[in-house]
Design a protein around this ligand. Structure first.
Ligand code: CCH
Length: 291
């Protein structure tokens, strides 16, 4: 059997909204962290990497087990820096001991996207902490940013996404930044790195050149030399099938929000089977609750 969601009958929407609020308040308190990026990008990346180990061919991996605290997943080079995200969230394991790691980490991503102006991300609980050490995924499932469009297509096909969903998901690179001491790449993708927007696509369509520096190959924008694109980001522009969606989202932020919401929500649930009729929660932002 696959990973079947375990639903806690004693907890309802209000309990989960309370967890959402607790995380959101801490995120708000740390708005200045990471030179102004806040925690939006970091928590979105944790939710994505905890889910991005999924392999549809074997129906293994994904967010269900909260396995990233165990090696070799914890020490996967692609997860470098995510110990900061897990540390940020660890107090909520104590405040809400009934919540699993997988639920907490994916909910952290929902909070991050929604609190910085992104779309609502429908979310369901029911992940269960790892019981069998053999189920810790091997390294090699999370994408390597030095590669090309065919590689990106292969990784996201393995995750169960089509080209349109792939382009929509990578638009999360509007948030946060690269850190030389984590991935070896450097800098943010744009100036509004603490706001969820379609800026990634708008910017990608502008002019870029390979940055001259001692580090890994990355692109820098012709106009200001202040922003970056990874080789895998730039590959979306070089591949006509991907480019079509880059242009579409650059022109229509509402459409990007709609597609991102659906794809990210699906990403967080990869490999999880839900009993019939389990409706996703749609959390209110802190701002909405203050009205
Ligand atoms: Fe990403 N990402 N990502 N990414 N990512 C990095 C940072 C973020 C790739 C590589 C990198 C997605 C897809 C891809 C975020 C969200 C998503 C970094 C820098 C690399 C490298 C890490 C560092 O140094 O801190 C590659 C390759 C792919 C696909 O091919 C997808 C999908 C998502 C979410 C839906 C976010 C957010 C960040 C910023 C992290 C931060 O700390 O600010």
């Amino acid at each position: 059997a696959g990973a079947v969601a375990v639903l806690n009958k004693e907890k309802n929407f209000k309990d989960y909204q309370q967890v959402y609020n607790a995380i959101a308040e801490k995120v708000r308190d740390q708005d200045d962290a990471d030179d102004g990026a806040g925690r939006y990008g970091l928590l979105t990346r944790l939710a994505w990497h905890s889910s991005g180990t999924y392999d549809k061919n074997t129906n293994t991996g994904g967010s269900y087990n909260g396995s990233m605290i165990y090696s070799p997943e914890s020490t996967d080079g692609e997860n470098a820096g995510l110990e900061v995200a897990r540390d940020f969230l660890v107090e909520f394991h104590y405040l809400f001991p009934w919540l699993s790691r997988g639920d907490l980490w994916t909910l952290g991503g929902v909070v991050a996207v929604q609190e910085c102006g992104g779309p609502k991300i429908p979310w369901r609980p029911g992940r269960k902490d790892l019981e069998d050490r053999k189920k810790v995924p091997e390294n090699g499932n999370l994408p390597d940013a030095s590669r090309d469009a065919d590689y990106v297509r292969k990784v996201f096909t393995r995750l169960g996404f089509d080209e349109r969903e792939t382009v929509a998901l990578i638009g999360a690179h509007c948030l946060g930044k690269c850190h030389t001491d984590r991935s070896g790449y450097d800098g943010p993708w744009g100036p509004s790195f603490n706001m969820f927007t379609n800026d990634f696509y708008v910017r990608l369509l502008q002019n870029w050149h390979v940055r001259k520096w001692d580090g890994k190959k990355q692109y820098e924008d012709d106009e200001t030399s202040s922003f970056m694109m990874l080789p895998t980001d730039y590959a979306l522009k070089e591949d006509s099938k991907f480019l079509k969606y880059v242009k579409m989202y650059a022109e229509d932020q509402d459409l990007f929000f709609k597609d991102f919401s659906k794809a990210f929500s699906a990403l967080l649930e990869k490999g999880i089977e839900y009993p019939k009729d389990v409706k996703p929660f749609e959390f209110k932002t802190l701002d909405e609750q203050e009205d």
